[in-house]
Design a protein around this ligand. Structure first.
Ligand SMILES: Nc1ncnc2c1ncn2[C@@H]1O[C@H](COP(=O)(O)OP(=O)(O)OP(=O)(O)O)[C@@H](O)[C@H]1O
Length: 352
């Protein structure tokens, strides 16, 4: 029974929320992951579910009719992405000033192509630019030339995300009038620079190699002494609003929208296949079967703490879709990952 309000805890790690549960309650259970992030763990939070089941509401908040932006006026309605950012900056404010450096990238995966939603043209106007995803020599996934913008507070972050969201593709379907037709991946990268024998922190002197644009503040505040050999430690928070899994018969799409649906369903089944392969500890994990899984490789199979939010419609007519979503959740639960790696940060940490 998920139609009534309430929450149950099973095995200490599956939480179920009723349809009337507040965003506050949901976020209270997510917040500890952000403490882990600042303690040096990579974290990934993704929403999965059929079209119209509440993924965007859960991750961002209620969408505005006229655009892909979300309503910021009523704070109680804000979803995980704005709340997580506020919490990250609140936690950073408790650290020594200048010890953390936050950058954001916003990417959508549409029809199996990656688009950089923060890339700018020469006039500074934002527009989506196609990017590729590659595997580095260390076996990590990387998006060359991806735009990373430096942000100093949650409102700067939200401003960028809202700008990026204007470009996100959406079309009406019979199930949902404002259906997202792409996977949205918002990444916060937190850099700490550790120098000398003692842990002392300052801003990075250089921007990253694969960065095409960066804020003018990238070379600002404290500069490192030339003789010091600073070590940059990065942790990453990936926030993912997946496109809706859908049954073509139910959503009634045709033409280009049908093609989009086919790409969405293929990439979601590639994600389920990856989770299945990890769960079965197969020697080959098919990350490269889709751009989505290649992009999320390090969060899904790597060293991140992964939280999957399953959104389920309370309507009985979507029972097949709901069971399919629960099947995805079961796969995610079966993934037995190795010990999660924690980056060596200059903070007192409480390992989970
Ligand atoms: N818990 C909730 N409380 C109030 N409104 C909700 C809730 N969940 C979803 N909604 C509303 O239901 C509608 C569909 O939700 P949403 O856009 O989040 O679906 P979605 O799963 O992201 O769909 P799609 O995959 O098609 O983009 C929206 O108008 C949203 O504001």
């Amino acid at each position: 029974d998920i139609s009534s309000s309430g929450m149950w805890e099973k095995d200490g790690s599956v939480l179920v929320y009723g349809a009337f549960e507040s965003q506050d309650t949901v976020f209270a259970d997510v917040a500890p992951l952000l403490t882990s992030l600042l303690d040096g763990y990579n974290v990934c939070i993704m929403a999965y579910g059929q079209t119209g089941s509440g993924k965007t509401y859960t991750m961002l908040g209620p969408q505005l009719e006229e655009s892909f932006a979300f309503a910021l006026e009523d704070e109680s309605e804000l979803g995980i992405i704005p709340r997580a950012t506020q919490e990250v900056f609140r936690l950073i404010s408790e650290k020594p000033p200048g010890s953390y450096w936050v950058e954001v990238s916003v990417v959508e995966v549409y029809n199996n192509e990656i688009f950089d939603l923060l890339a700018k043209d020469s006039c500074g106007k934002v527009f989506g630019v196609k990017r590729d995803v590659v595997t580095t020599r260390e076996g990590k996934s990387n998006v060359p030339l991806l735009t990373y913008e430096t942000v100093e507070n949650a409102s700067e972050f939200l401003h960028l995300v809202i700008k990026g969201l204007q470009l996100r593709v959406r079309h009406p379907t019979l199930v949902h009038a404002h259906s997202s037709r792409s996977h949205l991946v918002v990444t916060l990268t937190i850099t700490t620079v550790v120098s000398g024998d003692e842990f002392s922190c300052t801003y990075p002197q250089k921007t990253r190699e694969n960065r095409s644009t960066s804020s003018s503040r990238a070379s600002s505040p404290a500069q490192l002494e030339a003789t010091e050999k600073p070590k940059q430690v990065r942790t990453r928070l990936q926030l993912v609003d997946l496109a809706g899994s859908e049954c073509v018969g139910m959503s009634g799409v045709t033409g280009a929208a049908l093609r989009e649906t086919s790409f969405i369903n293929r990439s979601l089944s590639a994600l389920a296949d990856v989770l299945g392969a990890i769960a079965e500890q197969r020697s080959h994990i098919p990350y490269r079967n889709s751009k989505l899984t290649h992009l999320l490789q390090d969060s899904v199979g790597g060293d991140a703490k992964l939280l999957v939010m399953l959104c389920i419609s309370p309507d009985q007519k979507y029972l097949t879709e709901s069971l399919q979503s629960l099947g995805f959740g079961t796969r995610a639960r079966q993934v037995q990952r190795g010990q999660i790696k924690k980056k060596n940060l200059p903070v007192q940490s409480k390992a989970k």
